[in-house]
Design a protein around this ligand. Structure first.
Ligand code: SAH
Length: 278
C-alpha cells in the first residue's frame, strides 16, 4: 500500500533542498503547530536557530536546554499536517513528535486554557453515509466511520474498516507530559481524546455524537493526521491541545490560548529531553 506514495515522495524529496542534521547527531524532538499563534513563541525559545524551508513549510532547527528540537509550522488541516510530518521524519529522523496547538471543546466542562493531553487521537473525517433517496436530506448522525488504514480492501465494504481510526499516544511522551503538569497554573490539564477532521463543527448534536461514540474531548484539524503518519513511519507521537473555543458552553475562539499551550509544551519537551539523558 505504501509503495507508490513513497516512490512519489522520494522524487519530491530529491528535488527539495538538503537539510543539515542537528549539530551533535542526536535525534531531535519535533514540535509541530499549524498556525503562527501556535509556534512563534516556541521557535523564539530555541537557541542557535537555523531556519529550513520547503515550499510553505517552515522548520526552526535549534536546541532547548542543549537538546536538539525542531519547531515545525505545519499549516492548517490534515493534508498539510501529513505533508509536514513526512518532511520532518525524512529530513531530521526525529526521536519523537509532539503535535500541539488550539482546539474546540466537545465537553461543556472544558474551559478556555484547559489542556487535553492526547492519550489517543481519532480521525473524525472519514465516514460512509447510508443510502438515502433523492429529496430525503442528509443526517451525519447516521454516518458509519471508516478506518482508511485498517486494510487494503475497499474501505466501504471491509468490516475491519468500519470503525473509527484511533492512534495511541506514546508512553514516554505521556510520562513527560505528566511530569510537566504541575508547572501549568493557567488552567487545568486532562488526559483525553483529540478528534481530527478538516471541519469546524458547531452542531451540538454532531459534537455530542463524536463525544459519546468516540470519546472526543476536543476537536481540531491536524493531530490524528500527524499521528497516523508518525505511526506508519514508526515515530513515537503525542498530541497536546489547549481549549481555544468551546461551542458546547458558548466560549468564542481566543488565539492567546496558543501561547499558553506553547508554555506547557516547552516544559514537556524539557521533561522528555531530561528523561532521555537519564
Ligand atoms: N479562528 C481561527 C481558526 C483557525 S482555523 C482563524 O480564523 O484563524 C482552525 C485551526 O484552529 C486548525 O488548525 C485547528 O487545528 C484549530 N482549531 C481550533 N479550534 C477548532 C475547532 N473548534 N474546530 C476545528 N479546528 C479548530
Amino acid at each position: 500500500m505504501l509503495r507508490l506514495p513513497l516512490a512519489i515522495l522520494a522524487a519530491v524529496l530529491a528535488a527539495a533542498p538538503a537539510f543539515a542534521q542537528t549539530a551533535d547527531g542526536r535525534p531531535p524532538l519535533v514540535v509541530q503547530g499549524a498556525m503562527s499563534v501556535e509556534v512563534d513563541k516556541l521557535a523564539g525559545l530555541l537557541e542557535n536557530v537555523v531556519i529550513d524551508r520547503v515550499g510553505p513549510w517552515t522548520f526552526w532547527r535549534g536546541t532547548l536546554d542543549g537538546y536538539p528540537v525542531i519547531v515545525s509550522k505545519t499549516l492548517k488541516g490534515i493534508a498539510n499536517a501529513a505533508a509536514a510530518t513526512v518532511l520532518a521524519v525524512e529530513h531530521y529522523h526525529p526521536a519523537a513528535i509532539i503535535n500541539q496547538g488550539t482546539a474546540g471543546g466537545h465537553d461543556p466542562r472544558l474551559k478556555l486554557y484547559d489542556i487535553v493531553v492526547g492519550v489517543s487521537s481519532v480521525y473524525i473525517g472519514a465516514f460512509r453515509s447510508p443510502y438515502r433517496a433523492a429529496g430525503t436530506g442528509s443526517n451525519p448522525l447516521e454516518w458509519v466511520p471508516l478506518n482508511l488504514v485498517a486494510s487494503e480492501g475497499s474501505a466501504g465494504t471491509d468490516p475491519a474498516a468500519l470503525k473509527i481510526a484511533r492512534f495511541e499516544g506514546d508512553a514516554r511522551l505521556l510520562d513527560a507530559a505528566r511530569h510537566a503538569t504541575s508547572a501549568y497554573t493557567r488552567a487545568r490539564i486532562f488526559e483525553g481524546v483529540i478528534g481530527t477532521s478538516d471541519m469546524w463543527n458547531d452542531e451540538i448534536d454532531l459534537i455530542a455524537r463524536f463525544h459519546r461514540d468516540y470519546g472526543t474531548d476536543v476537536e481540531e484539524m491536524e493531530t490524528a493526521s500527524a499521528a497516523q503518519t508518525a505511526a506508519l513511519l514508526g515515530v513515537p507521537f503525542l498530541g497536546i491541545r489547549v481549549v481555544s473555543d468551546n461551542t458546547t458552553n458558548g466560549s468564542a475562539f481566543d488565539p492567546k490560548t496558543g501561547e499558553a499551550c506553547e508554555d506547557y509544551v516547552r516544559d514537556v519537551a524539557k521533561a522528555y529531553a531530561a528523561a532521555l539523558r537519564r
